[in-house]
Design a protein around this ligand. Structure first.
Ligand SMILES: [Zn+2]
Length: 218
């Protein structure tokens, strides 16, 4: 059985809550690849500890304590990712796993020192915003998934989903990275796959891939 910590749960709730600050338990189960029963057990515990408000068959909400805790965990995670990528030279597909381990074992003081050393980065290697010490979250520029671009449109990559190492490794092979320009040459109606140009090269990409790459809207 997978051993998933309460920090992992709180981070997932924080990152995937809707605009009303709510999330359903089946979404948490999907994101963490665990059973609904396991999620229910942990939700009861988190609710008892005062991190979430959880009533059966209703949406789950973070309390103020839960929100602060989760935001700080996300901050730790993303600062470690920047460190591993920029200073250690680890590729972007490797940093997420490593940061998952480090985020639990470091003090706030170490995180603050890393942040200063890195000159206060606003985004992690996947383009996700890093909450400040005071809890402010830098605004992401307007963006939409590559899958929603039309034929002939182009734009710069501003963020990528970071959950899958193989996905990140694969798009690196196509030359896709943050700030790289992508142009849509052709879009196929039957399966929504696309022909795109990256650095002068033509690639066929699936709809699934295109849904996980985000393009800045001009
Ligand atoms: Zn990341």
């Amino acid at each position: 059985m997978k051993n998933i910590s309460k920090e992992d749960y709180l981070s997932v709730i924080f990152k995937n809550q809707n605009s009303n600050g709510e999330i359903k338990s089946n979404i948490i189960a999907g994101k963490l690849s665990v059973s609904n029963a396991a999620v229910t057990d942990m939700l009861k515990k988190l609710s008892k500890d005062g991190y979430i408000i959880y009533e059966r068959y209703k949406g789950i909400k973070l309390t103020v304590d839960g929100e602060n805790y989760a935001r700080n965990m996300v901050r730790r995670h993303r600062i470690w990712e920047v460190f591993l990528n920029q200073i250690v030279g680890m590729p972007w597909e490797k940093v997420h796993e490593e940061a998952n381990k480090l985020e639990h074992s470091s003090s706030d003081d170490l995180i603050n020192r890393l942040e200063t050393m890195l000159d206060y980065p606003e985004y992690d290697p996947h383009g996700d915003p890093i909450p400040t010490k005071e809890g402010k979250i830098p605004k992401l520029k307007k963006h939409r998934p590559l899958s929603e671009l039309k034929e002939g449109e182009s734009g710069k990559v501003i963020r990528v989903n970071d959950f899958d190492e193989k996905f990140l490794g694969y798009i690196s092979e196509l030359g896709i990275k943050l700030q790289e320009k992508i142009s849509v040459k052709q879009k196929r109606a039957f399966d929504k796959s696309m022909e795109v140009v990256v650095k002068g090269k033509l690639w066929n990409i699936s709809n699934k891939l295109a849904q996980n790459v985000f393009i800045e809207v001009k």
